[in-house]
Design a protein around this ligand. Sequence first.
Ligand code: GDD
Ligand code: MN
Length: 363
Amino acid sequence: MNVTPELCLVIPVLNEEGNIAPLVACVDAVLQGVAWEIVFVDDDSRDGTRAAIAGVAAQDPRVRLIHRIGRRGLSSAFIEGAQSSLAPYIAAMDGDLQHDETVLPKMLAALRAGDCDIAIGSRYVDGGGIGAWDARRAGMSTLATWLAGIVLRTPVSDPMSGFFMLRRDVFARAARKLSAMGFKILLDIIASLREPPRIKELPYQFRTRVSGESKLDAGVLRDYLLLILDKLVGHIVPVRFLLFAGVGALGIAAHLIVLNAGLAVFGMDFPGAQTLATAVAIIGNYSLNNTFTFRERRLKGWRFFGGLVTFSLISSVGAVMNVNVSSVLFGAAHSSWLYAGLLGAVMSLVWNYAVSSAVTWRR
Ligand code: GDD
Ligand code: MN
């Protein structure tokens, strides 16, 4: 007797208590005759989501729960759910009833028949749609889809879809290269595969949410851009370092602008203007890094100020090292000013990044 389920549905949930029981009932109704299981991956919901899951699971042993604390993100939730299962087919689906479960049997049929490696529920093929989305969200989705084209080597009409099914061996081939950042796990999987997968897109209408609310916010957009960047250059240099360097470049610009304004507009003396410019650059860089570069380790309240102190100290050491190294290169080693200056700056950048990520924004 084969007791491993054939299909594992991984459903990430965050505050979806009202949707759990109806969703399991819908899935059960369309998957009659299929050996399925559902793994809910809950990132520490504040409502009764886990109680609702426990209630359903008490009646149905095919329903399981992974409860994560201090973690976020649909992508990592999907990965953990998929790896907790041995089913040969794995599906990703939202837990808010916005994905049309009647597409599931069609996806499974396409995979069983060997028609494709990944079956995707698409809003952007004939018969699909985005329901009651406003123009802004629709526009963002179009833009994001276009961006995705840069890292995908195979045409996909809806690479943003969180509704798809694939064979376990396809997932396993991608698993070690996944960025696991943010929301867009399908894009991550396809871009991580060495050989472009064979894809079948099945239309569905994105439903309007009835219970609970969307978790989409500005952080999702940032995570998306980071995913694209990681897929492009992540194998060469960590994306976080690039962000840190970008913030540093902004800091240099801010420094020069403030220095110039201090001298020319406010008539300050050079040491005064230079001190002001340095303070603005350090505080600005610290705040930007705190908000963007280390977003998920962000320091708040009093810890924000403690972080500013360590960051300033670390940057000061970096500056001293920068000056010493470049002076030696320029003086004793007779390097050109450009080479000496650049090497000093790059060295302090690497120092600042390495030490502040270990001290100021330690995990
Ligand atoms: N475990 C976990 N952790 N679940 C989460 C998290 C999280 O950090 N954030 C959201 N969820 C769950 C929600 O509870 C819901 O079940 C599902 O993930 C989708 O979240 P929504 O907030 O409803 O997303 P959406 O409707 O805006 O976006 C959906 O549409 C996109 C297509 O544009 C998602 O399905 C995306 O995956 C999909 O790509
Ligand atoms: Mn939703």
